[in-house]
Ligand binder design. Structure first.
Ligand code: ADP
Ligand code: MG
Ligand code: MG
Length: 903
């Protein structure tokens, strides 16, 4: 027997189930699951994704046996329905729907009302007793079919604005204008009949082919078109952004049509089992009376709320479904409860009411923004719907990142009056210059400008521009419109349905309340409240004092095995990181005290040391420098009391500190009592042609042991003084740029000698500490077994390890990285996410060899990668003890580490 390629569902039974997403696509798998659960689902069948793969591997041909399998499945549907596709008396109509493994909202195609032909129309009129409805369905079929099957799937690329769909819509608008109609529902049966013949003539004229008047042709045309839409331009660009593999393919669902546009007892809608905007445990949704599914998502009519909880500024005057159809609402409410309980997650639902009968057309795990994801996860733990472990997996690092995103400074916001209000579709605050097309958003963004994309409404063709924008603002559409859906998935600041905006694309401007704003003007959005402001408002962090976030992160802490430290150079950063959950410092860079605000004095002394001509002069400067270094280290050790602080000795090449401005040079020369010429000579002597691989890090300590000595003494004395004050400092002294055991040994001998001296001086028995090294040169990873004879800890400096491992200068990679990404040579920037194949291998070798020599060797990472979720997972897998990242990334590392432990 041929392989099973078609799976039936309906009549309380199904061949497939929710676990078969890879084969049946998300939509098909869930339709099957719902059917088995006894939820009312119009019967139908799913053609598998394997058929899609075959289709593309065989020049758009189908595998043998498919026609018979489709025939058989169709017979089953016809039997359940007591109707037949193409039957003149009692015709069955179907939809042909796309559905990939992972939902790609609006990116692929669906054709509704397939099976309407001149043969079946009279039958349907008789059956439904509603001629107007039949011709409304017919005009929709012609529009969708000509657009999706005859134009897009045929590979025809019309000129901008000349697509068949738009041309047909123009015909309809002409008619409505001539007759003075406001909405689609004003059109009479005669109007629609006329329109359908005009549509058909137009299709023939524009596309050179007649609209097929035969049901089997229509069905297979639809199936072809859905498979073809997998490689449509929009779908491909969406896949690229979301990282969905091209090989997955889509399934095709053929399903009995149910009609929400058959009068006032019919409706269609979209709902969520909880509010996807803020996570509240309240059933939330929108619907349209007397409409077909596509109308809700298209944003052409303002949908009404399903209940009180779904009311907003925008739709509060509309009648809710609860009021309009109380029985149906009750049934819908029960079904949504049942589905949420069954799937143990928030569901996004599509439903249609046909003549007072409810049907479910889709369920899937709903997209949500960061704040909603967190709230739902924590609520569901409390409701015992999910475990704590489930909760940890329910919030992605990117969603957590949203919670750490900026909001408009509330104090400043209070002072301003919004110019408009819309629906809050994506949280947080963001601002930028106004642009009106997706292409402009991309272009301006490439020029380094921050933009807000303003559209009447968005469609799937706009996704790249939406991505490039800081925020999105639309004049039309509801919380389930395209813009809202996409922004929610990305966690981007977004306001939709801002009806007061009058957008004029041709002039590239919009007016609101008598005020006009043009392209390039600044606006700021509060996406949490739906408020639009003119100009640029200041932003601030949102994470402070978020109780829910803290208890969630506590759960993460209970699960993760990796420690999380921070990279901090000042007591202020250390304190902030501690509040965000850091358990120590993984990298304190001593040189930091010579940069930036308040560093003048210390820097001047350092410069004296650098240009001193002999060890005498140098020792004098070093003695002077000592007090600055000690004070700096002491402050941070105190802030991180009782937690490990990895202090790295001076790392950059000395030449970097030589002043360049004339006034500074003169001051230095005067202090040293030498001429400017002499000073210039000394500075020149320090010049190197490749300083990053020059006289730096441990190499300075080898040449000038007195510099290391001073720093180590500062560390131990700072710690000793803190102990005397009852504190519990825990320094770990780290030697950078090591490539060989012997150079490290020289430095650590100094450390051991000074340690003894300081103990004596302060009359202490012990100062808790560790001595170790940074592994950042490939050779160091390879000879890690020898290095571990000396080092009590390793900290992977993955920035330099990546730089030297690849031979890519991290300061110059910008020039060629885009080519490497576009041509698929590299999957991502190796300075952002660890290259696990190559650099990762070096790391693993270093860990293995190091631990062979010293079993309890402490191992961490202090490169930028420490805050990248994929890299954190890698660090967990290879058995590191901790990761260290910038303070702001600490919560993300805590979550990523917990997820790594659960994977
Ligand atoms: P998408 O994946 O883009 O949401 P769908 O396949 O879900 O596409 O279909 C688009 C719209 O058509 C939805 O609103 C859906 O509910 C509606 N629809 C699809 N199939 C049917 C059907 N058999 N009967 C009634 N409405 C349908
Ligand atoms: Mg859908
Ligand atoms: Mg380095």
């Amino acid at each position: 027997m041929a392989k099973k390629q078609v799976y039936s569902f309906g009549g309380g039974k199904a061949d497939g189930n929710a676990k078969m997403k890879n084969l049946l696509g998300g939509k098909g798998a869930n339709l099957a699951e719902m059917a088995s659960l006894g939820v009312p689902v119009p019967p139908g069948f799913t053609i598998t994704t394997e058929v899609c793969t075959y289709f593309y591997q065989n020049r758009k041909k189908y595998p043998p046996g498919i026609k018979q399998q489709v025939e058989q499945a169709l017979r089953k549907v016809e039997k359940i329905m007591g109707k037949k596709l193409g039957d003149p008396k009692n015709p069955l109509l179907v939809s042909v729907r796309s559905g990939a493994r992972q939902s790609m909202p609006g990116m692929m195609e669906t054709v509704l009302n397939v099976g309407l032909t001149s043969k079946t129309i009279p039958g349907l009129v008789k059956q439904s007793g509603d001629e107007r409805f039949v011709y409304d369905a017919y005009r929709r079929l012609i529009t969708m079919y000509s657009d999706v099957v005859m134009e897009k799937a045929a590979g025809i690329e019309p000129k901008e604005g000349r697509g068949i769909r738009l041309q047909l819509e123009e015909l309809m608008n002409e008619l409505k204008k001539k007759k003075g109609y406001k909405g689609d529902t004003d059109m009479t049966t005669e109007d629609l009949k006329q329109l359908c013949s005009r549509y058909k003539a137009k299709v023939k004229q524009v596309l050179g082919k007649a609209f097929p008047d035969e049901h089997t042709k229509q069905l297979w045309g639809g199936i072809d078109a859905v498979f073809s839409s997998w490689n449509g331009r929009r779908a491909v660009s969406y896949r690229r952004i979301e990282g969905i593999p091209d090989e997955w393919g889509t399934a095709v669902n053929v399903q009995t049509m149910v009609f929400g546009n058959i009068g006032e007892n019919s409706a269609t809608g979209v709902a969520f089992t909880r509010n996807p905007g803020n996570g509240e445990n309240k059933f939330y949704g929108e619907y349209l009376m007397n409409a077909q599914g596509e109308d809700v998502v298209a944003g052409t009519r303002t949908p009404a709320p399903v209940n009180e909880d779904s009311k907003s500024e925008h739709n509060k005057t509309e009648v809710s479904l609860e009021k309009a159809m109380p029985k149906i609402y009750k049934q819908l409410f029960q079904i949504q409860k049942k589905l949420e309980k069954h799937y143990r997650d928030m569901q996004d639902l599509e439903f249609t009411v046909e003549n007072s009968r409810l049907f479910m057309l889709q369920t899937r795990t709903g997209k949500r923004n960061g704040p909603a994801a967190l709230k739902m996860a924590m609520d569901m733990v409390r409701e015992k719907l999910i475990t704590k472990k489930d909760a940890v997996m329910r919030v992605s690092p990117a969603q957590l990142d949203e919670l750490l995103h900026p909001v408009i400074d509330p104090a400043e916001e209070k002072k301003k009056t919004p110019i408009a209000k819309g629906l809050p579709a994506g949280p947080g605050g963001a601002g930028g210059q106004i642009v009106f097309t997706a292409q402009d958003a991309v272009d301006w963004n490439n020029e380094g400008k921050k933009v807000v994309l303003v559209r009447e409404e968005t469609n799937p063709e706009d996704v790249e521009g939406m991505r490039a924008a800081q925020a999105i603002l639309t004049a039309r559409g509801g919380m389930t419109s395209h813009a809202a859906l996409v922004a929610r998935g990305w966690g981007k600041c977004c306001i939709v349905g801002c009806g007061a905006l009058d957008v004029d694309y041709s002039k590239k401007q919009f007016s609101v309340d008598g005020m006009t704003l043009k392209e390039g003007d600044f606006i700021t959005l509060n996406g949490t409240k739906g408020l639009v402001y003119e100009g640029q408002l200041p932003m601030m962090d949102a994470a402070q004092e978020n109780k829910l976030l803290n208890s969630f992160l506590k759960i993460c802490d209970g699960i993760r095995k990796l420690g999380v430290r921070t990279n901090a150079d000042t007591p202020e950063d250390a304190k902030k990181a501690k509040q965000l959950g850091a358990e120590g410092i993984g990298l304190f860079r001593t040189e930091h005290m010579f940069y930036g605000k308040g560093s003048d004095e210390a820097l001047f002394v350092l410069r004296k040391m650098i240009v001193s001509k002999d060890s005498n002069e140098r020792q004098k400067a070093i003695n002077e420098l000592f007090k600055y270094v000690k004070k700096d280290i002491k402050g941070t050790l105190a802030a991180m009391d009782n937690m490990p602080v990895v202090i790295r000795l001076l790392d950059p090449p000395l030449h970097e500190f030589v002043p360049r401005e004339k006034a500074r040079l003169e001051q230095l020369a005067k202090e040293l009592n030498i001429t400017l010429d002499e000073l210039a000579k000394r500075a020149d002597a320090l010049h190197e042609s490749n300083p990053m691989m020059g006289h730096r890090g441990v190499r300075l300590g080898v040449t000038y042991p007195e510099i290391s000595r001073m720093q180590i003494k500062a560390v131990f004395e700072a710690a000793a003084e803190l102990i005397k004050k009852g504190k519990k400092p825990y320094p770990e002294i780290m030697i950078p740029v090591v490539c060989d055991m012997k150079e490290l040994a020289l430095q650590l001998d100094i450390a051991k000698e000074i340690y003894k001296q300081v103990l004596g001086k302060y009359k202490l028995k012990k100062i808790r500490h560790k001595l170790g090294t940074m592994i950042e040169i490939p050779r160091a990873a390879l000879v890690a077994n020898r290095i571990a004879e000396q080092a009590e800890f390793f900290s992977y400096g993955t920035n330099d390890l990546t730089q030297m491992g690849f031979g890519f200068s991290r300061d110059d990679i910008g020039g060629f990285l885009p080519d490497y990404l576009n041509k698929g040579i590299l999957p991502q920037d190796p300075f952002q996410s660890i290259d696990q194949d190559g650099i990762g291998e070096l790391i693993q070798i270093g860990i293995e060899r190091g631990r062979k020599t010293r079993k309890n060797l402490e191992i961490g990472i202090c490169g930028e990668h420490g805050g990248d979720p994929a890299s954190v997972e890698f660090c967990h897998r290879v058995g590191m003890d901790y990761v260290s990242c910038s303070p702001f990334r600490v919560p993300i590392a805590r979550l990523a580490a917990a997820q790594a432990a659960l994977k």
